[in-house]
Design a protein around this ligand. Structure first.
Ligand SMILES: *Cc1c(COP(=O)(O)O)cnc(C)c1O
Length: 252
């Protein structure tokens, strides 16, 4: 099935027990923040999915989050996903949120709940081709570079509707909505305009009534700004640091 030789890309070391207690408290605090943001904006808590972004974190912490109620997990690397998935309960919905290379598509199609990071027709074609082979349909989101940052992946705002129209013709992918990674901001209010922009774009695309495209999902908001994102209509927030603590990246 998975013929790549994988080196461990995340730490297997056990965490200190005091970290574990903290994790469930973190999760509860994030839940509360989402609920409050829903309250302020007249939304229901059930309209927002919290994705626990567990990249770089050891399995012990993922299990702790699972035990505390998390069922949606986000990872940004195919290899790490492949390593973690078989070790975790099967009722988890795995979200691929990171940049995806076409040659890695085959490993995750049929195994992840949703791919958030589709930003080209070529990538979508590869996903559809793999999905046909496996006789599945893949839920995808179109990643949009709303702030037009050079450093970011994602389709330009002006190109997204056309991209949706061409991807919609593929037989085995279904566009469920849009995703964005907003700029790093000290003040989350600075990102409000980008969340509004993504939401407006999803409304514009929905109005086109493209066959095989729905715009129900808005994946936006991370640890620094998810509260503002929920106020602006996020249906998925992707929170890593706020649940699992800061990340250490090791040099390869
Ligand atoms: C890492 C990551 C997140 C979570 O970031 P935090 O700031 O730790 O919450 C969300 N979305 C994507 C695409 C990521 O890569």
């Amino acid at each position: 099935m998975c013929e790549v030789k994988m080196k461990k890309s995340f730490s297997m070391k056990k965490d200190f027990p005091e970290n574990k207690a903290l994790l469930s408290e973190n999760l509860q605090a994030v839940e509360q923040t989402i609920e409050n943001a829903c309250g302020r904006s007249g939304r229901r808590r059930g309209d927002v999915t919290l994705i626990a972004v567990s990249k770089t974190k050891p399995l012990s912490m993922l299990r702790e989050a699972y035990d505390a109620g998390a069922r949606d997990f986000g990872e940004n690397k195919v290899q790490e996903l492949m390593e973690k998935m078989p070790e975790m309960p099967s009722d988890i919905r795995w979200h691929m949120i990171g940049h995806l290379q076409r040659n890695k598509v085959k490993y995750i199609v049929g195994r992840v709940y949703m791919i958030h990071s589709v930003d080209s027709l070529r990538l979508a074609e590869e996903i559809s081709r793999e999905a046909l082979k496996k006789n599945v349909t893949v839920r995808i989101l179109l990643e949009v570079n709303v702030a037009g940052e050079d450093s970011k992946f994602g389709a330009a705002v002006s190109e997204t509707a056309a991209l949706a129209e061409s991807i919609a013709k593929l037989p085995a992918v279904h566009i469920e909505g849009l995703m964005t990674i907003a700029p790093f901001a000290e003040n989350p209010e600075d990102n409000r305009e980008y969340f509004q922009k993504l939401r407006q774009l999803s409304v514009d695309i929905a109005r086109r009534n493209i066959d095989n495209v729905s715009m129900d999902v808005l994946s936006m908001g991370m640890t620094g700004d998810y509260s503002v994102a929920v106020e602006e209509g996020a249906t998925c927030v992707r929170v890593g640091t706020g649940i699992f603590g800061g990340r250490e990246y090791k040099a390869e």
